[in-house]
Every structure is written in structure tokens, then in C-alpha cells.
Design a protein around this ligand. Structure first.
Ligand code: DHB
Ligand code: MG
Length: 225
């Protein structure tokens, strides 16, 4: 009986394919001592397709790590697009910038170094983002979701990573701060009138987790759902 890892390998081979640039990116992350918590290739391709389906030209990412997902977004927005990605750890940002160069997309990706809560307010007044991907410290999910709504517009797509965490998200009594952050993010997406959302469980090479996908709605006009 094939395992979920076998299925992940099959789906990755069949639908994502091999990319020497991205292999090199993952190698630099490994060499730089970064944790292997970048999105799985099938998930990266999902984000890439979602960006293209939304016709997004401006993408905001919170949590750059080594730039793996940033490259997928950069390829999705195309040469005229823009990706702003926020990274709290300067050493990670340095690795990410080198990787964006390696992938030939530095012209359209800006890495801003700092904590999300400090950098996000500096983006106010810019053109709204078409898609926001939140994949940083889980404890701050609700802060980042609030900024996603403020920096977006009705129709903006918001994606929140790691909302299931091996199933722990269903444990209301959890004391794990990351799980509490995941739960808080989901509760906010369910209750905040600025969002209409769902979440899907995922099982890929990183194990059992999940991703929430939301659209920013006009709280007065509603979603029409
Ligand atoms: C963790 C963070 C992530 O963004 C992820 O995709 C998986 C794990 C973590 O901090 O544990
Ligand atoms: Mg993640």
C-alpha cells in the first residue's frame, strides 16, 4: 500500500516537475542552517496557480525564510508584477536575496527585513495587494490577518499556512502557542466580517497540516455566499 509520502512524490514528479534552480535554493537553505519548513512543492505550485487564477500583480508574503515560496510567487506575477516579502531574521533575508538573484526575479521581489508587526504598517498607502500569504510566527496570525484586510481590497486573496498542525488545531485545550495561533487565525477568518474563508487539510512531505484560503469582502456588501 503506497504511503502519503509515495503519493506526494508521485504528485510532485507528475505535476510540479524538477527545477534545478529551486533545488539549489533548497540546498542554500539547508547549508545556511534554515529549518526545512518551506512550503512543499505541491503546496508551492498551489500558491502559484492561485496567484495566476486571481490575476494577482501585487503579492505580499509574511515570512520569507529562504525565498522558496517568494520565487513561486514572483514567477506567477510575471515580469510586470511585484512581490513584497517580509522576513524578521536578517540572515534569512540575505539567503533569500541571493536565491531571488539565482532565480532571476530580484527585479520584481523586495525583501523587507523586520518583524511583520513593524513592517506591515509601512505598507499603508501603497496600492492594495491582490494576494497575501501569511507564513510567519503563528502567534501573530491575527495581527497579520488584520493587516492583510487593511492592505488588501474586496477580492484580495488571503492564504494562511499551517492551520492544522498534525491535527492539533482541533484541540481547544491546547497550550502550544503555535497551535493557539493557528486556531486564533481560523476563528478570526470565520468571524471577522472582512473575510469569507475555508480551510483544507493537507498531507504532503511535511506531514499533516492545512491551509486556509480567504477572500477579503466588503463587510457591508457581504460575500453574496
Ligand atoms: C513551522 C512553520 C511553518 O511555516 C511551517 O510551514 C511548518 C512548521 C513551525 O514553525 O513549526
Ligand atoms: Mg508554513
Amino acid at each position: 500500500m503506497p504511503t502519503h509520502d509515495d503519493v506526494d512524490a508521485f504528485l510532485t514528479d507528475t505535476l510540479v516537475g524538477d527545477d534545478p534552480v529551486l533545488d539549489a535554493v533548497l540546498q542554500t537553505q539547508h547549508d545556511g542552517g534554515l529549518p526545512s519548513i518551506e512550503v512543499a512543492p505541491v503546496n508551492a505550485k498551489f500558491l502559484h496557480l492561485l496567484t495566476r487564477i486571481a490575476g494577482a500583480r501585487r503579492v505580499l508574503e509574511v515570512g520569507t525564510l529562504g525565498g522558496y515560496s517568494s520565487i513561486w510567487f514572483a514567477r506567477a506575477v510575471g515580469a510586470g508584477g511585484r512581490v513584497i516579502t517580509i522576513e524578521a531574521e536578517p540572515a534569512n533575508a540575505e539567503i533569500a536575496r541571493a536565491n531571488l538573484d539565482r532565480a532571476g526575479v530580484s527585479d520584481r521581489v523586495e525583501v523587507r527585513v523586520g518583524r511583520g508587526a513593524d513592517v506591515l504598517p509601512t505598507l499603508e498607502g501603497e496600492e492594495p495587494f491582490d494576494l497575501v500569504f501569511i507564513d510567519a510566527d503563528k502567534e501573530s496570525n491575527t495581527v497579520y490577518l488584520d493587516w492583510a484586510a487593511r492592505l488588501g481590497r474586496p477580492g484580495t486573496v488571503v492564504v494562511l499556512d499551517n492551520v492544522v498542525r498534525g491535527g492539533e488545531a482541533a484541540d481547544a485545550a491546547t497550550t502550544d502557542p503555535k497551535v493557539r495561533g493557528a486556531r486564533a487565525g481560523l476563528v478570526m477568518l470565520g468571524q471577522d466580517p472582512r473575510f469569507d474563508a475555508t480551510a483544507l487539510q493537507t498531507l504532503d512531505r511535511k506531514g499533516w497540516d492545512g491551509v486556509a484560503v480567504a477572500i477579503v469582502v466588503d463587510p457591508v456588501a457581504g460575500s453574496g455566499a
